[in-house]
Design a protein around this ligand. Structure first.
Ligand SMILES: Cc1cc2nc3c(=O)[nH]c(=O)nc-3n(C[C@H](O)[C@H](O)[C@H](O)COP(=O)(O)OP(=O)(O)OC[C@H]3O[C@@H](n4cnc5c(N)ncnc54)[C@H](O)[C@@H]3O)c2cc1C
Ligand code: FES
Length: 368
């Protein structure tokens, strides 16, 4: 059972990663070290009070349990985004913030004897969990190769560029980073009074988005025969859907395609319309039994918040899995479920932030 309590951590350092992104390093006191032990590819949830309102957001770790001493997250500004801009503008070394211990399953079991090909495909801040994954695989699986295909708008938005270059040198032959830019920078040269200047693009790497064609190219150019292949995707929804289909068409088993969703509801789509007439709910949470009446079309999580309970949650949009619970009686449907596998859903797991009961009575357990 994941620990979904918040603990106060001190910010050890905030470093400017690009014009639009920072890396936050946390100091973990020795009494919390065990709770904050992370696996590669996991995320943490941070909690702030902004304009008098509690705000929670999930941020993937960019640090690796095998390579880094401290926990780190990389936060990129979102236009008009409340928390990402708060972190970029306000968070300073020495600040205390509330953090939930690491969670998530955006990873795979590693073994020193594995000889695999890992293809990591990321756009923008989607590279953050990839940093954690690639550093861990480099250390833990010396016979595996990693290919990071990383899309950005231009040269100035590439996160972790210096670290990636250093890693590529240190693990030459094991790590290959392939960048692609949608709008490489253009500079002007010559001309008179600003007229007739030549437009020069210095970028000589790949151009364009990560899509079916470019993803296929990367796999076919680099895959070593029949070595086991694992793929990790994190970026905009359209990229991930297209690339997932491409990977499947190349014969890569669905169970070896791992996807992490960052996007909140308005971006991820409106979700499925579920109609529920309300339900009598029994909720087991923190070894306590709570009875409540859910309103028509109310999610289990919203119902618990309405009666001032303290259920675990982070993104509120079906993208992480902080709010997971297991159904014990009755039935429910989810408006949006990006974070659970089909097998988990079949086995009765629900994202309570998206689950609306479809029976008059329902019983769910968060302590599973
Ligand atoms: C499991 C998980 C891991 C995550 N890891 C990271 C990470 O490592 N680094 C990181 O920077 N972010 C990460 N995110 C996203 C992060 O949690 C926030 O959603 C993001 O920082 C935006 O929050 P905000 O408060 O600034 O924006 P909000 O105030 O919540 O949103 C403001 C507006 O921006 C839109 N918007 C929000 N997010 C996006 C987006 N990504 N793209 C386009 N429009 C958007 C919203 O729809 C809204 O209209 C992760 C999310 C999840 C679920
Ligand atoms: S809170 Fe993130 S999936 Fe429910």
């Amino acid at each position: 059972m994941a620990d979904t309590n918040f603990y106060t951590l001190q910010v050890k350092e905030v470093t400017q990663e690009t014009d639009n992104a920072v890396v936050v390093t946390f100091d973990i006191p020795s009494n919390l070290k065990e709770k904050f032990t992370a696996q590669h590819g996991q995320y943490i949830t941070v909690r702030f009070t902004i304009n008098g309102k509690e705000e929670r957001r999930a941020y993937s770790l960019c640090s690796s349990p095998s390579m880094d001493k401290n926990l780190q997250i990389g936060v990129k500004r979102v236009t008009n985004g409340l928390v990402s801009n708060h972190i970029n503008d306000q968070l300073k070394k020495g600040a205390s913030i509330e953090v939930m211990p690491p969670q998530g399953h955006f990873n795979t079991k590693l073994d020193h004897n594995n000889s695999k090909d890992y293809f990591l495909m990321a756009a923008g801040s989607g590279v953050t969990p990839m940093m954690s994954i690639l550093k861990t695989v480099l250390e833990e699986e010396p016979k595996s190769n990693i290919y990071l295909f990383y899309g950005n708008r231009n040269e100035n938005t590439i996160m972790f560029q210096a670290e990636l270059e250093a890693l590529e040198k240190r693990y030459a032959g094991q790590l290959k980073v392939i960048h692609t830019l949608t709008k490489p920078s253009v500079r002007k040269e010559g001309g008179v009074f600003g007229l007739f200047a030549k437009k020069i693009v210095d970028w000589n790497g790949k151009k364009g988005r990560i899509d079916a064609r470019t993803a296929k190219e990367i796999i076919t150019e680099n895959r070593k025969g029949n070595r086991p292949t694992e793929c990790f995707l994190c970026g905009p929804e359209s990229m991930m859907r297209t690339v997932e289909d491409t990977l499947k068409s190349l014969g890569i088993d669905e169970k070896n395609i791992h996807i992490e969703w960052f996007t909140p509801p308005t971006v991820a789509g409106e979700g499925k319309e579920i109609h529920g007439d309300g339900a009598k709910a029994t909720v087991i949470m923190n070894r306590k039994t709570i009875e409540l009446n859910l309103l028509p079309n109310e999610t289990i999580l919203d119902g618990l918040l309405r009666i001032d309970e303290d259920p675990p949650y982070s993104c509120m949009s079906g993208a992480c899995s902080t709010c997971v619970c297991k159904i014990q009686k009755g039935a429910a449907e989810m408006e949006r479920c990006l974070a659970l596998s089909d097998d988990e859903v079949k086995n009765g797991y629900l994202l309570s932030c998206s689950a609306i009961p479809t029976t008059d009575e329902i019983e769910v357990n968060f302590d599973v």
